[in-house]
Design a protein around this ligand. Structure first.
Ligand SMILES: [Zn+2]
Length: 644
């Protein structure tokens, strides 16, 4: 979840509006009140939608937005100021995002250069230390070639060896701190962050130095693994160890294998299995899955039995589904929150990727497996099961199938889980499997809790969206899918601003007005869109570069999110334009539909209280009705065109 979404999720818009002195009254699902932005204390024309966190004035202003827009207007703030203010209120920290300006790029290049120098420094200390080298060769079974290829090093057992070495070479203490090589003492001054540890350089998928992972040498030291701190170039949740070397093999094999540790990656590469990566010792995140998707849609998690068992624990299925966190902590050394299979499945669904799980046998690490028998690894990976099946099997394994009470417990846990599988064919298949395993009639399973959930709308937002797109024009589109549609549109236009003119022309052909900031409900989307609009209206700089260069820092997180967005922009431009058009029509239909409902309500209310404004609402009602009709027509024409 982005910072902005997180802030939104934590601030109730009705609180915010009430605190601004607007008295809100319940009006159906929504609230109405007098607009704080224009002068009319006669009829309430101001509406708040708590569910979407949005507001709109149907009176003189005829304007609306989210919490940020509200605060910006109310207190006359810039977006950045509003962001800071509401972040503080929500207790959300705004990450120090990176400006992709030249200046900052230079700063990062310097940071990376320092890290490359550090690699050489640690490496020299490793080569001078026969003990540690011996450990890597004999205990870890690493060849000299692997040690060289992966750039392993050793941080000496001293508080100031890196500090002294690098300050003598002209780096400032601040440089070292920013690169995460030293830490700051509370009493002032600095000390080496890494001491008496094996150093593992971590590069991004393009091979650029990002930071270090460091493993203990002395078994009494803690923690076992220590990473570089989060820096602008070392963002753990967006890196995968080994991907710079594994990306090609992953693409060739059309499969990525995800293991738990750095040394597992190195050992497997050494054994000739090069499509292997690992997260940074802590968590597998949605961003990491998205990163992998650039190379393959198929991932296998190779887990030790402990982790494999834990990801299959179906505690709090609902909580996991609704979880606000975008983290999928599969591997958590610190023993904090472990992975939920439902969460992983949700991300796999959203990203349209396939995740399988294989449990490593006999408590062996991958390096021990390949050492025992090189071929065994390939055979093992072939036995990986889809994560849903893995979960089903793991749950069943915990119970006694001959005990009716245990069987009931299995059904109780697994039926809701299976009902959540978004693909109906898969869902039926899993249900049948479960019936066979339990040796019960499948209908018995349907008769329990499965039935109601069948008729229910699938909880998976994406399948709702897919369905919505396929059905008749009068679809109800969920809030989150409308947010996603917004993000999709700005995301594509951000990457290809030149499409905007063509989209505008297309809209015009369908009798609709050009895309404008008001089409977006989220302030950050609005702002980015305005930049995109500006970029096509200038001709000094390449359009995409213009957007990137003029992007305010407050939109960095949005930009990073959008850059990571699914790779649809690779599609043919014609297809993209069609998607954009459909997206815009959808957004406008949802907005017009909601506004119309609310207007009718306001109109009725004004009418009853004998307010003259009732007639002015009538104008707006007509306008929205016409708009909806035009949108429906456009939608139908578009669909017909596609069929022909
Ligand atoms: Zn107003």
């Amino acid at each position: 979840m982005s910072t902005i979404d997180e802030i939104k999720s934590r601030i109730d818009i009705t609180d915010l509006v009430s605190e601004a002195g607007v008295q809100l009254r319940h009006a159906g699902k929504n609230y109405t009140g007098f607009c704080p932005f224009h002068d009319n204390k006669h009829t309430p024309s101001f509406v708040v939608w708590p569910e979407t966190g949005t507001w709109r004035c149907f009176g003189q202003c005829n304007e609306g937005g989210d919490i940020f827009k509200f605060i910006m207007k109310r207190e006359n703030l810039e977006f950045k100021e509003a962001l800071n203010k509401l972040a503080a209120r929500a207790g959300v920290e705004i990450p120090a995002y990176t400006k992709q300006t030249l200046e900052q790029k230079e700063a990062y290049d310097n940071l990376r250069k320092l890290l490359e120098d550090a690699l050489i420094f640690y490496r020299r200390h490793l080569l001078a230390n026969a003990n540690i080298l011996g450990y890597l060769r004999s205990k870890r079974g690493l060849s000299d070639a692997s040690i060289e290829t992966f750039g392993l090093g050793y941080a000496p057992n001293a508080w100031d060896s890196a500090l002294t070495h690098f300050t003598q070479r002209g780096y400032s203490q601040q440089d070292l701190l920013e690169a995460g090589l030293v830490s700051e003492r509370e009493s002032g001054g600095y000390f080496d962050r890494f001491r008496n540890r094996i150093m593992i350089p971590i590069r991004d998928e393009n091979g650029k130095m990002s930071g270090f992972g460091a493993r203990i040498v002395d078994p009494n030291d803690v923690p076992k693994f220590l990473n570089s701190p989060e820096t602008p170039i070392f963002r753990k949740g967006s890196l995968l160890y080994g991907l710079d070397r594994a990306r090609k093999p992953i693409r060739v094999a059309d499969q990525a294998v995800i293991v738990e540790g750095y040394f597992d990656v190195i050992a497997l590469h050494q054994a000739g299995y090069e499509n292997v990566v690992s997260p940074m010792g802590t968590a597998l995140t949605e961003n990491q899955l998205r990163l992998l998707k650039r190379f393959t849609r198929k991932s296998v998690l190779a887990l030790d039995p402990d982790t494999a068992g834990k990801i299959a624990v179906l505690r709090g299925l609902e909580t996991a589904r609704q979880s606000l966190s975008s983290k999928v902590p599969v591997f958590d050394e610190a023993g904090e929150k472990r992975t939920d299979a439902p969460e992983l499945i949700r991300f796999a669904d959203q990203l349209e990727v396939e995740i399988k799980v294989v449990t490593l046998p006999d408590d062996l690490d991958p390096d021990q497996i390949v050492e025992r028998n090189r071929e065994e690894w390939a055979r093992l990976i072939d036995t990986a099961q889809p994560i849903v099946l893995h979960t089903i099997n793991s749950v069943i394994a915990r119970y006694d199938l001959n005990n009716p009470k245990d069987k009931a417990k299995i059904v109780e846990q697994l039926i809701p889980f299976i009902s959540n599988v978004s693909d109906p064919v898969e869902r039926d298949d899993y249900r049948q499997r479960l019936a066979r395993m339990l040796r019960v009639d499948e209908r018995a399973l349907l008769d329990t809790q499965a039935q109601p959930s069948r008729g229910r709308r699938p909880r998976n937002a994406q399948s709702v969206q897919k369905r919505a797109a396929a059905e008749r024009p009068n679809v109800v589109v969920t809030v989150s899918s409308s947010k996603r549609a917004e993000a999709y549109i700005v995301g594509v236009l951000f990457k290809k601003p030149e499409l905007l003119y063509r989209l505008d022309r297309l809209l015009q052909e369908y009798g609709l007005i050009a895309l404008n900031a008001e089409d977006f409900e989220h302030t950050d989307h609005q702002m980015l869109f305005e930049l995109i609009r500006e970029s096509v209206e200038q001709d000094k700089t390449e359009q995409h570069d213009f957007v990137v260069e003029s992007l305010p820092e407050s939109l960095q997180s949005l930009m990073q999110e959008l850059s990571a967005q699914a790779e649809k922009p690779q599609r043919m431009e014609e297809k993209l334009l069609e998607d954009l058009l459909r997206g815009v029509i959808k957004l406008r239909r949802v907005a017009a539909g909601e506004n119309l409902n609310q207007l009718r309500f306001l109109q009725e209310e004004a009418h009853q209280s004998g307010d003259l404004r009732a007639s002015s609402y009538q104008g707006l009602v007509l306008q929205h009705t016409r708009l909806l009709r035009d949108l429906d027509q456009a939608y139908r024409r578009m669909t017909l065109k596609r069929v022909n």
